[in-house]
Design a protein around this ligand. Sequence first.
Ligand SMILES: C[C@@]1(CC(=O)O)C2=NC(=C\c3[nH]c(c(CCC(=O)O)c3CC(=O)O)Cc3[nH]c(c(CC(=O)O)c3CCC(=O)O)/C=C3\N/C(=C\2)[C@@H](CCC(=O)O)[C@]3(C)CC(=O)O)/[C@H]1CCC(=O)O
Ligand SMILES: NC(=O)c1ccc[n+]([C@@H]2O[C@H](COP(=O)([O-])OP(=O)(O)OC[C@H]3O[C@@H](n4cnc5c(N)ncnc54)[C@H](O)[C@@H]3O)[C@@H](O)[C@H]2O)c1
Length: 199
Amino acid sequence: MFYPIMLDIEDKKIVVIGGGNVGYRKAKNFLEFEGKVMVVSTDFSAKFYELKDKYGQNIILIEDNYKKEYISNGFLVVAATSSEHINRQIAIDCNDEGILCNIVDSLESSKFICPSFINKGDLVLSISTMGKCPFLSKRIRLDLEKKYSNINSEYINLLGEIRNIIISDYSYKKEELLDRCLKLSNEELEDFYKQLKGE
Ligand SMILES: C[C@@]1(CC(=O)O)C2=NC(=C\c3[nH]c(c(CCC(=O)O)c3CC(=O)O)Cc3[nH]c(c(CC(=O)O)c3CCC(=O)O)/C=C3\N/C(=C\2)[C@@H](CCC(=O)O)[C@]3(C)CC(=O)O)/[C@H]1CCC(=O)O
Ligand SMILES: NC(=O)c1ccc[n+]([C@@H]2O[C@H](COP(=O)([O-])OP(=O)(O)OC[C@H]3O[C@@H](n4cnc5c(N)ncnc54)[C@H](O)[C@@H]3O)[C@@H](O)[C@H]2O)c1
């Protein structure tokens, strides 16, 4: 069973082996959450050079075949090569070293898996099917993206400010007020905030 968790990846060594489509998707997601990623691959798809331009020192590209030394002291490792054999070897090496690994072609050998997610600053929605059907995870993500398209980090911050006022001044009707907030448009929420502050 996989337990859903939010991991602090700041200043941790993250290694992705394999520079194709899947390795790209995994590396990009770590970078989006301010991780630092080393990618080891025999060759790289062109999109990796765009990541290098965007994220600079946070991504290191090593053009080489996989060797065990690359995962040494790793915190997280993703095996995303096109070779089933190499991916299995990476799983064995990670187990020997006690490193958490995600083996993209083997749920059974993975010690963590990557959910589909929507990142809206302080609101993160993640979806997993425990590996049963990633296609469904993606479909639900696309549906949720549409449904919650009005939510952005400004909206979450504003809700946070309003919640603070509600807790300190109106705690006796906290639920009722929060419920009202969630029914308001962004503009109406701004007005409500001003009203609460007495402006
Ligand atoms: C969610 C997402 C996140 C991400 O990749 O970070 C993700 N897979 C995504 C897409 C996707 N993956 C595949 C297809 C083609 C359709 C199909 O085969 O179903 C599509 C659809 C597409 O690409 O359109 C093929 C596939 N995936 C896995 C295997 C191996 C196996 O099943 O053993 C194979 C067969 C490979 C082969 O054929 O050789 C395994 C895994 N994929 C997972 C995650 C983990 C479980 C997630 C969960 O619990 O749902 C897990 C277990 C491990 C892991 O990768 O962490 C991302 C959507 C991101 C988004 O856009 O929102
Ligand atoms: N988990 C998922 O979401 C998911 C989705 C689709 C496919 N897959 C699986 O992911 C794997 C990779 O798919 P892809 O589309 O990225 O393939 P790809 O062919 O685009 O990329 C594979 C990369 O692995 C590198 N590579 C091969 N042997 C290597 C070695 N010995 N050392 C270092 N690098 C090596 C290649 O140079 C290439 O860059 C496949 O096994 C596929 O079955 C997983």
